[in-house]
Design a binder for this molecule. Structure first.
Ligand SMILES: [Zn+2]
Length: 76
């Protein structure tokens, strides 16, 4: 399922030495609507990283969150 997108924000990040980039954060509504899902992407040259987490315990257990606001039901 696709989560409801709330907002996006990017922070310019001064990396180590020549490694410069920005951190892009995208906020989505969690499947039950009580919490939020945060998707963070470090767009730093040579140090590409991304992370996604949900602050709603209920949904964290039921879903697996992926990039671009996609939530997958975990199989029991
Ligand atoms: Zn939830």
């Amino acid at each position: 399922m696709k989560l409801k997108f709330i907002k996006t924000s990017s922070v310019e990040h001064v990396g180590i030495g020549a490694r410069r980039g920005e951190i892009v954060t995208k906020i989505y509504e969690c499947p039950c609507g009580k919490g939020i899902v945060t998707y963070e992407k470090d767009d730093i040259i040579g140090l590409k990283n991304s992370d996604v987490w949900c602050d709603c315990e209920e949904c964290s257990e039921k879903y697996e969150f992926q990039r671009d606001g996609i939530a997958k039901k975990t199989t029991e």
